[in-house]
Design a protein around this ligand. Structure first.
Ligand SMILES: [Cu+2]
Length: 270
């Protein structure tokens, strides 16, 4: 009798556990169903989001049609050509952009950097061959790149990689008059004017709000010209630059400026 009673109690207990599990399952159904509805609504929103993204892409493409500017000619206030000016289109892209790291050259000829100004993409390495008989000691203390190539001849100096955008002023520790500029940019569309002030930029795409930016060591500030404001109807795009009237820095001033920057850099670095 006792055994029979125990069997009945066990069956009742199992029945209670089964009922409890069923009850839990039943109470979860609305939440599962709710999650399914939310998921379905989420899926339902995805096409709309995709359409919005597609519209944005199409809109951007429409406003960023390929542009080819006429050849630039940069002149000073007297109409004289300005060489060694860097021009670039901000926020622009071009299929003509070089891929991967490349090597640029800033030679040293007759106690001068040659070219005096180069423009490069970030990640570019620059070789500093010395074509003079005397030795040079090339250095820079610019925030975008601080380096030093101790006294060297010929091709003894290893290339220097410029991995940060910015203007890098180059000097020689032996010859104070030697000053060069390396314009490092993250952009793709840029160039340096030749001896005639001329420059042909590659075909590019850019937002309508983008600007043509021009830098030169003899300008107080870079010049920014909205692309929308450029008259591109002619065979030549002539732009007058607000050059400073003063002559290039005298030798002592140039080197002194570099040394002052060195001291400032060192004091800021302490
Ligand atoms: Cu030198």
């Amino acid at each position: 009798m006792v055994i029979k009673w125990l069997c009945i109690m066990q069956c009742v207990s199992q029945l209670r556990r089964w009922c409890h599990r069923q009850l839990r399952f039943l109470t979860q159904i609305p939440f599962k169903a709710l999650r399914c509805v939310r998921h379905a609504r989420g899926l339902g929103r995805r096409p709309a989001a995709s359409l919005s993204l597609l519209a944005l892409i199409l809109g951007a493409a429409a406003s960023a049609a390929a542009t080819t500017l006429p050849p630039l000619q940069l002149v000073d206030q007297a109409g004289q050509p300005v060489s060694d000016a860097v021009a670039r289109i901000e926020q622009s892209q071009t299929s003509a952009a070089q891929e991967g790291p490349s090597v640029a050259v800033m030679d040293q000829v007759e106690l001068s950097f040659s070219p005096k100004v180069i423009a490069i993409s970030t990640g570019t390495r620059v070789q500093f061959p010395n074509s003079d008989e005397t030795r040079h000691h090339v250095y820079s203390f610019s925030p975008a790149k601080t380096f030093e190539l101790r006294l060297f001849r010929g091709n003894e100096a290893p290339p220097v990689e410029f991995d940060q955008a910015g203007l890098v002023v180059i000097g020689c520790n032996i010859h104070d008059a030697m000053v060069g500029y390396i314009y490092v940019t993250n952009g793709q569309v840029y160039g340096v004017t030749d001896a005639d002030g001329g420059l042909m930029l590659p075909t590019f795409t850019a937002p309508e709000s983008a600007e043509l930016l021009i830098w030169h060591p003899d300008m107080d500030d870079p010049l920014a010209v909205p692309l929308a404001g450029l008259d591109t109807s002619g065979d030549l795009l002539r732009i007058e630059l607000p050059m400073t009237q003063s002559q290039p820095e005298p030798a002592s001033g140039a080197a002194g400026g570099l040394r002052n920057r060195l001291q400032q850099f060192k004091s800021n670095d302490d």
